[in-house]
Write a protein that binds this ligand. Structure first.
Ligand SMILES: C[S@@+](CC[C@H](N)C(=O)[O-])C[C@H]1O[C@@H](n2cnc3c(N)ncnc32)[C@H](O)[C@@H]1O
Length: 297
């Protein structure tokens, strides 16, 4: 597979049509926004967005492994005073293609600047929509656990009877919570709301997301050595995140300047690569998909 660890210039739909089936572990991407940044890279009209996107998601579906995950970072824009429905329409159509709409995460932008609009407040969050091919997808929840936080002391000191028994979820999903299970623990699972600052450094690209955003999802849905694809790689943030976590990557962008920019950013990180390669080599993957340390230094 000679596309591994490369940034490729071209239309992702065309490039991916040359990839084998079921070869990618995670697709993480932020596509061009509908119309908004037309000057920067030729926006697609909100009304045409779904039609433009669907042949690409069909390729994503084909190249993703059955255990893989596709995370789409997107937010509907306001058109003529109301939110356009292209994201909702895209979710519906993607389901018709066979995708499962497993989950939705919120990226809360911690550092967005103030503003005033006549009929709405500043937009402070984006969607990260999780699609899968199969209910049994790979997920490594322990890798993103967070410190239990200050609420714990007070809350856990006053446990009610319900807290001490299993409180079945109302949706009947079979998952529930028993708050007393968390007494004495210093780490808990995070929620589906991620609080991260936007990227403020000038990366010569107008829509760079913070490195921590792809990193969080790469840790959650892949193990070292897995392959992460960003079909709209822009300045190469997803590829960089993959490299830093010891994963392989494939980045595609239609704009040659961005491809050059990505390659430069990745080139800079090559200095750190020996340590990363070592990290990859220190693990072997058993048949059950679990990682095991080899003991090598
Ligand atoms: C929102 S930006 C991605 C920014 C990226 N997440 C980063 O951190 O820099 C979307 C990118 O998609 C690229 N693009 C647009 N249409 C494309 C296509 N058909 N195939 C591949 N890339 C495309 C644009 O050139 C742009 O760089």
């Amino acid at each position: 597979m000679n596309f591994i660890d490369k940034i490729i210039l071209g239309d992702c739909e065309k490039i991916l049509s040359g990839f084998p089936d079921n070869c990618i572990d995670l697709i993480f991407t932020s596509p061009p926004y509908a119309d908004q940044r037309a000057k920067t890279y030729g926006g697609i009209k909100p009304d045409d967005y779904v039609e433009w996107f669907l042949p690409k998601t069909a390729q994503f579906f084909r190249v993703l492994k059955p255990t893989g995950t596709f995370i789409l970072n997107i937010k509907e824009r306001v058109v003529d005073g109301e939110r356009h429905t292209y994201v909702i329409d895209l979710i519906s159509k993607a389901r018709e293609q066979g995708w499962l709409w497993t989950e939705e995460f919120i990226w809360h932008k911690k550092n967005s600047y103030p503003g005033k609009w006549p009929n709405r407040f500043r937009d402070n969050w984006e969607r990260l929509i999780q699609f899968n091919k199969d209910k049994n997808f790979a997920m490594y929840q322990e890798t993103v656990m967070v410190p239990v936080g200050s609420w714990a002391k007070e809350r856990l000191a006053k446990l009610s009877d319900t807290d001490k028994t299993r409180d079945e979820s109302r949706a009947g999903s079979g998952f529930g919570k028993n708050v007393s299970n968390w007494v004495g623990r210093d780490k808990v699972y995070p929620t589906n709301v991620l609080h991260m600052a936007t990227e403020t450094g000038n990366k010569n690209h107008s829509a760079v997301f913070p490195l921590d955003l792809p990193k969080w999802f790469i840790k959650l849905f892949t193990k070292p050595g897995d392959i992460v694809l960003d079909p709209f790689v822009g300045s190469g943030t997803t590829a960089l995140a993959a490299i830093e976590l010891g994963r392989s990557f494939v980045g595609i962008d239609i704009n040659s300047e961005y491809v050059t920019l990505s390659r430069e950013r990745i080139g800079e990180s090559q200095l750190r690569l020996p340590a990363i390669a070592e990290k990859k080599a220190n693990y072997i993957v058993a048949k059950n998909g679990k990682r095991r340390k080899t003991g090598k230094k």
